[in-house]
Design a binder for this molecule. Structure first.
Ligand SMILES: *[C@@H]1O[C@H](CO)[C@@H](O)[C@H](O)[C@H]1NC(C)=O
Ligand SMILES: *[C@@H]1O[C@H](CO)[C@@H](O)[C@H](O)[C@H]1NC(C)=O
Length: 288
């Protein structure tokens, strides 16, 4: 091949690339013709829901969580405070975040015969809000995920849950006295659960280990959490409305990967100022 021929070929290729680039750059209408499913449609994730309550590490925990969530596409954060009124601390934190959020509050009324189940009233109020929202929403698709403000979430867990058809499950690290609590999967089906804490529960899994198709909450208007069940049974209580063990969809590579950890923030100990020899400068005006 002569030098001249090669140059011509390059020139032709270059022109072809140029023409193709020109065509694609100038035809946004062409891209819009794809149906949402075919292009980059992502069902929204409605996450949060469990209560956040006032405590010293609250702002630290919520800051860490909100910054993780700001990396999740099409995420709607539902924050529900266990208090009589919405607090300035949470309100400001939400306003300063770049997240799409809904801020609610419900105070827990300690019932005489309650089983110490936390977050029941709050989660149910959040589910009521969600139903009202979805009824009028154009896009009724989505995923509901019950979160804790001090858990650790990999971005991968959110990618996984968007694949859900009805109810998806995956392992949770460092929970229930185990390194990892997880559904057992055989031939792509959930056949059991590897759990040691109350293994007799209908679904011995943690709240962080599953998510539910949001549309299903409209199909099951009665689905809610209950104060009447003993501790550790809230997961089973809500899941019973939507799925059976056999129907669960094992995600995270057939439940072989850990993408969420049930980490706990240690309760901080603050010294009693009155007992100190050197009284520090007052710091009440600073939000921590
Ligand atoms: C949820 O269910 C609805 C209705 O069956 C379906 O259209 C949707 O694709 C499902 N998945 C998600 C993530 O919304
Ligand atoms: C899960 O297991 C099933 C059955 O063995 C297999 O067909 C499927 O590809 C696996 N899924 C993943 C994501 O590894």
């Amino acid at each position: 091949m002569s030098f001249v021929n090669i140059k011509k070929q390059y020139l032709a290729m270059g022109m072809l690339v140029f023409v193709l680039l020109f065509l694609f750059n100038n035809k946004p209408a062409f891209q819009c013709q794809f149906s949402p499913e075919m292009s980059s449609y992502l069902p929204p994730i409605y996450g949060g829901l469990p209560p956040t309550y006032a405590r010293l590490a609250q702002k630290a925990d919520l800051t860490r969580l909100s910054q993780t969530l700001s990396l999740v596409k099409n995420f709607h954060w539902i924050v529900i405070e266990d208090s009589e009124t919405k607090t300035k601390l949470v309100e400001n934190l939400l306003k300063e975040s770049s997240l799409k959020y809904t801020h609610l509050n419900v105070k827990t009324h300690k019932a005489k015969h309650s089983h110490g189940a936390s977050g029941v009233e709050q989660r149910n109020a959040a589910l009521e809000w969600l139903r009202g929202y979805l009824e009028t929403a154009e896009d009724k698709k989505g995923v509901v995920y019950f979160m804790d403000d001090d858990n650790t979430y990999s971005l991968k867990v959110f990618e996984e849950m968007r694949k859900i058809n009805k109810v998806g499950v995956w392992p949770v690290g460092i929970v229930g006295g185990m390194r990892v609590e997880m559904p057992l999967v055989t031939n792509g089906k959930v056949t059991g659960f590897n759990a040691v804490w109350k293994p007799f529960r209908p679904f011995p899994i943690d709240m962080a280990g599953f998510a539910i198709n949001a549309t299903l909450f409209l199909d099951h208007p009665d689905a809610k959490f209950s104060r009447k069940v003993q501790s550790g049974f809230q997961e089973s209580e809500i899941l019973k409305y939507f799925t059976t063990k056999e129907e669960m969809e094992p995600l995270a590579d057939n439940c072989t990967k850990v993408y969420v950890w049930h980490t706990r923030t240690q309760k901080p100990s603050i010294l009693n100022v009155k007992k100190l020899k050197h009284t520090p400068v007052p710091d009440d005006h600073i939000e921590v």
